[in-house]
Design a protein around this ligand. Structure first.
Ligand SMILES: NC(=O)c1ccc[n+]([C@@H]2O[C@H](COP(=O)([O-])OP(=O)(O)OC[C@H]3O[C@@H](n4cnc5c(N)ncnc54)[C@H](O)[C@@H]3O)[C@@H](O)[C@H]2O)c1
Length: 296
């Protein structure tokens, strides 16, 4: 797809961050939009921003839903076609973050993140795929993360969902290539992007004293790692779709961590443990009191 002008794009998580930035960038290119999020106020703000910053006459619909609700996603897909006549692009972008140890994680928190980050992507893909095929020129864009390529202690839930999105999307792309059906797929792996994700993330109390000093400090520290802004990220994603890329990395941090995991697919973990020991609070659980050097 070389141009988005006159196309119809559906975007989840459009009330904030990269979803909002994608909506703004696509509207500027004359793309009609179906925007969804669980946050109705944020969706209204995105709509107002598009109206004040876009000259192209585009049709925009908004829908409040939870991406982990399969029926709601199917209903929304049908509604998009009824409202816009067709859908060409689905950006399965909505997502949340969770920090916890594996041992201490609540099943409820794991189910929450899997429901949104993994099932949300599956529901969006399956609900929209028949409509994308019917349009004759479609694209599925699923947002994973650099943490879909590289694992981190305290991020097992997030890692699991983002690795799953990557596997799901890579398999989907291969199927679509074999089918030559006019639909393609791209998996997006952003590094740290300045958005609201940190503020809405869940940080379990078991992280305090293990890998972080305090929840507040951890949120502030995480945000320092967000080196790319959301508008830049949206630009990179849309260029990736135009070039029909299988994989889109965003930010030099994503390129660096991807390279590390590729060159040292097992040993990078020991390096992460070594770096985590240096950065972790002084009062650690016994797990840090052995193996002072990384074993590569
Ligand atoms: N910001 C980063 O550094 C970063 C890095 C890698 C990957 N990502 C991924 O990028 C995507 C976009 O995140 P962002 O950084 O723009 O964060 P964000 O918090 O700014 O935006 C996420 C949006 O998803 C919505 N959302 C959350 N749960 C939902 C649900 N159940 N149903 C519908 N909408 C829901 C939120 O309301 C919010 O508007 C996510 O999948 C995230 O995991 C972000």
């Amino acid at each position: 797809m070389k141009s988005f002008n006159g196309r119809v794009a559906a975007i989840t998580g459009a009330a904030s961050g990269m979803g909002r930035a994608l909506a703004l960038a696509l509207a500027r290119e004359g793309c009609h939009l179906a925007l969804a999020d669980k946050n109705s106020q944020g969706l209204e703000q995105t709509l107002a921003l598009i109206k004040t910053s876009t000259l192209a006459p585009v049709t925009i619909t908004t829908h409040v839903l939870d991406v982990s609700d399969r029926q709601a996603m199917q209903d929304w897909a049908a509604r998009c076609v009824a409202d816009h006549g067709q859908v060409n692009l689905i950006f399965n972008n909505a997502g949340v973050a969770l920090s916890s140890t594996v041992e201490g994680v609540d099943y409820a928190d794991l189910e929450w993140i899997v429901g949104i980050n993994f099932w949300g992507v599956v529901h969006g893909t399956k609900a929209f795929l028949p409509h994308l095929k019917a349009s004759g020129d479609g694209h599925v864009i699923n947002t994973s993360s650099v943490f879909g390529l590289f694992a981190q202690p305290g991020m097992s839930g997030y890692n699991a969902t983002k690795f799953a999105v990557r596997g799901f999307t890579e398999a989907l792309r291969q199927e679509l290539d074999l089918q030559r059906c006019g639909v393609s797929a791209t998996c997006v792996h952003p590094g740290g992007i300045r958005t609201d994700i940190c503020r809405s993330s869940r940080i379990d109390a078991n992280m305090t004293g293990f890998l972080i000093h305090s929840e507040q400090q951890a949120r502030a520290d995480f945000e320092k790692l967000f080196i790319t802004d959301a508008d830049q990220a949206a630009k990179v994603i849309l260029q990736g779709v135009r070039n029909n890329k299988r994989r889109v990395l965003i930010g030099r941090d994503a390129y660096f961590l991807d390279l590390l995991a590729r060159c040292l697919p097992a040993a990078y973990q020991a390096l992460v443990v070594f770096a985590s020991k240096r950065m972790a609070p002084k009062q650690r659980t016994p797990v840090f009191e052995t193996n002072d050097e990384p074993r590569l």
